[in-house]
Design a protein around this ligand. Structure first.
Ligand SMILES: [Zn+2]
Length: 226
C-alpha cells in the first residue's frame, strides 16, 4: 500500500481548526448564559445599530441551527440563529453586531468585501476542480494540468486570505457599534471580544489549512518531476 507522506501537511491545519471550533463553542456557550445589563435582545440591538448607521434597509430574519448566523450581501439580509435571535446575552449581541458589521461593510463598499464577493463563483469552481485537475495531471504525467490544478487551488488560498481582513474588520466594527450604542458595560465588552476572537481564529485556521494544502500540492508536483 502506497503511503502519501504529504498527507502529514494537513495535520497542523486540522488540529488548529478543531481547537478554534472548540474555543468558539466554549466561549459562545459561556457568554450565552449572561444577559447584558441593557437587556436589549440581539435582533433589536442590531436593528437600532443599522438604523443609526444608515443601513436601515437591511432585512433581519431568523435562521435555524447553532452558529449559523450570517449576512447575505446578495439579498442584503442578516440572518440570526435560534440562539442569537431574541436573546439578550453577551454572546448573542456580539455575534449579531459582527454580522451587522458585515452589512455596514457592504453599505460602505468596504473593498475587501467587494473583492471577496466577486471571487465567490470563481473560488467555488476552483475548490471543486483543483484536486481532480491536479490528479488527472499526475495520472497522465502532464505537467500543465498539474499547474492548472495548483493555480485553481491558489485562488482558494487567496480567497481565505482576503476573508481575514473582512472578518477582523467586522469584529472591530461590532465592538465599536455596541459601545457607541451604549449596549455594553466594560466587563461585557471583554466577553464580546472573547467570543469574536475565538470566531476569528476559525478563519485563521481555514487559511492555514488552505496554505498547507497548497504546499502539499507543490511538494507532490516536485516529487513527480524527479
Ligand atoms: Zn463574519
Amino acid at each position: 500500500m502506497y503511503f502519501d507522506s504529504t498527507i502529514l501537511f494537513m495535520i497542523p491545519g486540522l488540529l488548529l481548526g478543531l481547537w478554534a471550533q472548540y474555543k468558539v463553542k466554549s466561549a459562545f456557550s459561556k457568554y450565552s448564559k449572561y444577559a447584558t445589563r441593557s437587556g436589549v435582545t440581539a435582533e433589536r440591538a442590531v436593528a437600532r445599530i443599522l438604523q443609526q448607521n444608515g443601513a436601515g434597509d437591511v432585512q433581519i430574519t431568523r435562521v435555524s441551527g447553532s452558529l449559523t448566523d450570517h449576512y447575505d450581501p446578495t439579498t442584503n439580509t442578516l440572518r440570526l440563529s435560534d440562539s442569537v435571535y431574541g436573546s439578550p446575552s453577551i454572546a448573542a449581541l456580539g455575534v449579531a453586531a459582527h454580522e451587522a458589521g458585515h452589512a455596514l461593510q457592504k453599505a460602505q463598499n468596504y473593498p475587501f468585501l467587494s473583492l471577496r464577493s466577486v471571487m465567490v463563483p470563481v473560488v467555488n469552481i476552483g475548490s471543486n476542480l483543483s484536486w481532480p485537475i491536479f490528479l488527472a495531471g499526475i495520472i497522465f504525467s502532464w505537467e500543465p494540468l498539474m499547474y492548472a490544478g495548483i493555480i485553481a487551488f491558489a485562488l482558494v488560498v487567496l480567497f481565505s486570505l482576503i476573508t481575514l481582513p473582512v472578518e477582523f474588520d467586522a469584529s472591530r466594527r461590532a465592538v465599536a457599534l455596541l459601545n457607541n450604542g451604549g449596549f455594553l458595560t466594560m466587563e461585557e465588552e471583554a466577553g464580546v471580544k472573547k467570543v469574536l476572537n475565538a470566531a476569528a481564529l476559525t478563519y485563521v485556521a481555514s487559511f492555514v489549512s488552505a496554505l498547507l494544502q497548497l504546499m502539499r500540492l507543490l511538494t507532490i508536483l516536485n516529487r513527480n518531476r524527479d
